[in-house]
Design a protein around this ligand. Structure first.
Ligand code: AKG
Ligand code: FE2
Length: 350
């Protein structure tokens, strides 16, 4: 009898739970399991708190997780410098030129919510790229089908940019790889369930810049906001946001709950791939961002998917006679690509 399949996601939350992630890298399996249980409770029902959701703040002591404050600050500064470049230099790296969705997204270039008219942010996307200090990946793994999602990154000719951005990317990739085993435990799976499915980190990083949203834009019809209502496409997202509150998460009653920034923490949220693995036991949460602060806002999400050639199949403990499989089986890369195509179609030149 499956334990998980009979759990129901309770999205009727009023606050976003805070979870301490220190034990993610504990050598003590009991501590890792305890953390996994807290995450499961936060994701599937209100055992931890009645107001739980698939969206939570890991309380990360950055120092203890290999992500020093200056690694974050240097990446943020690099992003600010990049976004200040003339639009012509940024458009040289236009994301529409790269089939693997890497490079620059101009203001309104993305339309995350199909009912919107374009997102009021600009962005810069990269994927996995080896560094001298990173583990090298075997040719066998590199040659596997990735639905065209891997491929090379594009970089601006801007000194002091690539190194801090890649340094942050690799630090957060290490953290993300520690979370997969915890999530596996939370799903009553062997701790190494995701190990052979995350051999080449299918992790996309974005630098995002949200200009202040003018009140008139909001008064119109609300169809242009920082990032329209959406779910993320991968298993989970680790998001750094600055001190400006703009991110909101939707509960089942349709109420938008502020994900107020907490210094020294990342927002960690569940994405669609995990909904598919778990047949919605872990449900990806709808979120959006509106920058009403009058100031520039910056954020840096890293989206962690499974290898692009892995099929997203429901895990057996998440299906039952009452909860039959909900989703078609699809390769992770194809799924991500499909969602990206939808997001960028409106700004693709015909
Ligand atoms: O900037 C944020 O706070 C959210 C970004 C986001 O949701 C995304 O890039 O998918
Ligand atoms: Fe998102």
């Amino acid at each position: 009898m499956s334990i998980l399949a009979n759990r129901k996601t309770d999205d009727n939350f009023e606050e976003i739970p805070v979870i301490d992630f220190t034990d993610a890298s504990s050598s003590n399996p009991v501590r890792r399991m305890a953390l996994a249980e807290r995450i499961r409770d936060a994701c599937v029902n209100g055992v931890l708190q009645t107001n739980s959701s698939g969206f939570f703040f890991p309380r990360l002591v950055v120092k203890n997780h290999g992500i020093p404050e200056d690694t974050i600050a240097n990446a943020v500064e690099a992003g600010k410098k990049f976004f200040k470049l003339p639009i012509s230099s940024k458009m040289d790296l236009d994301i529409h030129k790269a089939k693997n969705y890497k490079g620059y997204t101009a203001l309104l270039g993305e339309n995350t919510d199909p009912t919107g008219r374009g997102d009021l942010h600009e962005g810069f996307d990269i994927g996995w790229e080896e560094r001298e200090s990173s583990r090298s990946i075997s040719k066998d793994i590199l040659s596997r089908d990735d639905s065209g999602m891997s491929g090379t990154n594009v970089w601006p000719n801007l000194s002091g940019f690539k190194e801090p951005v890649l340094s942050y990317y690799h630090s957060v990739v290490q953290l993300g790889l520690k979370l997969f085993p915890i999530l596996a435990l939370a799903l009553d799976l062997p701790e190494n369930f995701f190990e052979d499915k995350t051999t080449k980190p299918a992790a996309i990083m974005r630098l995002l810049h949200y200009p202040p949203q003018s009140p008139s834009m909001l008064d119109n019809d609300g169809s242009v906001i920082g990032i329209g209502a959406h779910t993320d496409y991968e298993c989970f997202t680790i998001l750094w946001q600055d001190a400006i509150s703009a991110l909101q998460v939707k509960n089942t009653q349709g109420k938008w709950i502020d994900a107020i920034p907490i210094p020294g923490t990342f927002v960690l949220n569940i994405g669609d791939q995990l909904s598919r693995w778990t047949n919605d036991v872990f449900k990806s949460t709808i979120h959006r961002a509106i920058n009403k602060s009058g100031q520039e806002r910056y954020s840096m999400p890293l989206f962690f998917g499974v290898d692009y050639d892995i099929l997203l199949k429901p895990i057996p403990s998440c299906i039952s006679a009452e909860m039959p499989a909900k989703y078609e089986v699809i390769a992770a890369g194809e799924y991500v690509k499909r969602r990206l195509e939808e997001t960028y179609t409106h700004s693709t030149q015909k």
